[in-house]
Design a protein. Structure first.
Length: 367
């Protein structure tokens, strides 16, 4: 049975185009993907991403447990900090890419919607008596507020100042008598925040931000979320990464901490690190064409790789894509062809991100 988020009725009232995604009926777009995409790049957009899952890990053994289960070094994050990481199987394949939040008494792992049950079972399977694992997805919601104007609007609506909040840090504050978590994270490449809240506060916050009078706030669906993340070369689980792909070839070596000690998949990844055959690459079309998932990548008429994600970039007004290619052909500047409906279309491998002017890392202290 397809689930609905707590904001489903709000999306219907806004005439959103709804479609099933990862077991949920989700808004794909409201006013059109290009309009929503540009709103986030230039002003402000708000997303319901409550389909994402949240798993709480507590107990005296929580840190050492997460050191074993995730590829990044959990010891490097303090209370109030978040960390991008991944869960891997023993053969090094990516079970899921995750964001880990460290609270005072526990950790919260944010997982992809399609993987909630699998990830939860994987954690349970590898757990011990020193950890408590709880799926809190059923009463935790997530709203993303993204765009250059996000800081000013949130300061106003929440009646606080988020100016000192650094990238991948979070804080808890009171909103309508409830505690919410405000995190400086996102999936768009712009300055942005993500709000974790219960059902009541989620509905109140959604209404408050869409009724904000000093600036136009645009509701954004998953269609524009995809074009925004693609312009930044961010991976999407199920498309660009999965259990048959490891973090090294996926370009996620930077989150893989080999020097922290043992973790599930480490031995396999050490071997993969030294025997890499394929690599995730970013490419731009040199002629008018839109690459899509599963299209072949060719060099001199020979198949050397495959597209995993592709779109027409609203910002760059050209076809862009992500894929995997044999390491011999993976250097930026290499010209390749994309097999689009049996026609070879020219493309070139580029250094990501495609969009290089995002406000995501802007220093905001004191503004």
């Amino acid at each position: 049975m397809i689930k609905q988020t707590v904001l489903y009725d709000k999306h219907v009232l806004l005439n959103a185009k709804m479609a099933p995604f990862a077991g949920y009926m989700m808004p794909m777009s409201y006013s059109g993907i290009i309009n929503e995409h540009n709103a986030v790049r230039n002003m402000l957009g708000v997303f319901d991403v409550s389909h994402m899952g949240e798993i709480k890990i507590s107990g005296k053994g929580a840190e050492s447990f997460l050191q074993l289960l995730t590829v990044n070094n959990v010891k490097k994050i303090s209370v109030g900090q978040a960390q991008y990481s991944a869960l891997c199987s023993t053969d090094g394949g990516i079970i899921d890419d995750i964001v880990l939040y460290r609270f005072e008494e526990y950790y919260m792992m944010v997982v992809n919607a399609a993987n909630i049950q699998y990830d939860y079972n994987w954690l349970l399977k590898n757990s011990n008596d020193d950890v408590v694992i709880e799926d809190i997805s059923g009463y935790m919601n997530l709203i993303a507020v993204q765009g250059p104007k996000s800081l000013n609007v949130l300061n106003d609506i929440l009646g606080c100042t988020l100016n000192q909040l650094k990238y991948y840090h979070f804080l808890q504050l009171k909103f309508n008598d409830d505690m919410i978590t405000v995190s400086r994270t996102g999936y768009t490449g712009e300055l942005g925040f993500e709000i974790y809240a219960n059902n009541k506060s989620t509905v109140s916050f959604w209404e408050d931000i869409l009724n904000y009078e000093l600036l136009k706030v645009t509701p954004v669906g998953l269609g524009a979320r995809d074009t925004l993340r693609l312009e930044m070369n961010y991976v999407l689980y199920g498309m660009d990464i999965n259990k048959s792909i490891n973090p090294i070839e996926a370009g996620l070596g930077w989150i893989t901490s080999f020097d922290k000690g043992d973790f599930i998949g480490r031995d396999s990844l050490v071997i993969q690190k030294n025997k890499k055959h394929r690599k995730r690459i970013a490419f731009e079309m040199l002629e008018r064409a839109v690459p899509r998932n599963n299209y072949n990548i060719l060099v001199d008429g020979n198949i050397v790789g495959e597209v995993t994600s592709g779109t027409q970039s609203p910002t760059l007004n050209k076809g862009i894509g992500i894929g995997y290619i044999h390491i011999d052909h993976s250097s930026p500047g290499t010209e390749v062809s994309i097999d689009i409906r049996s026609m070879e279309k020219s493309a070139v491998i580029v250094s990501p991100p495609f969009y290089k002017y995002g406000t995501v890392n802007n220093a905001i202290e004191g503004k």
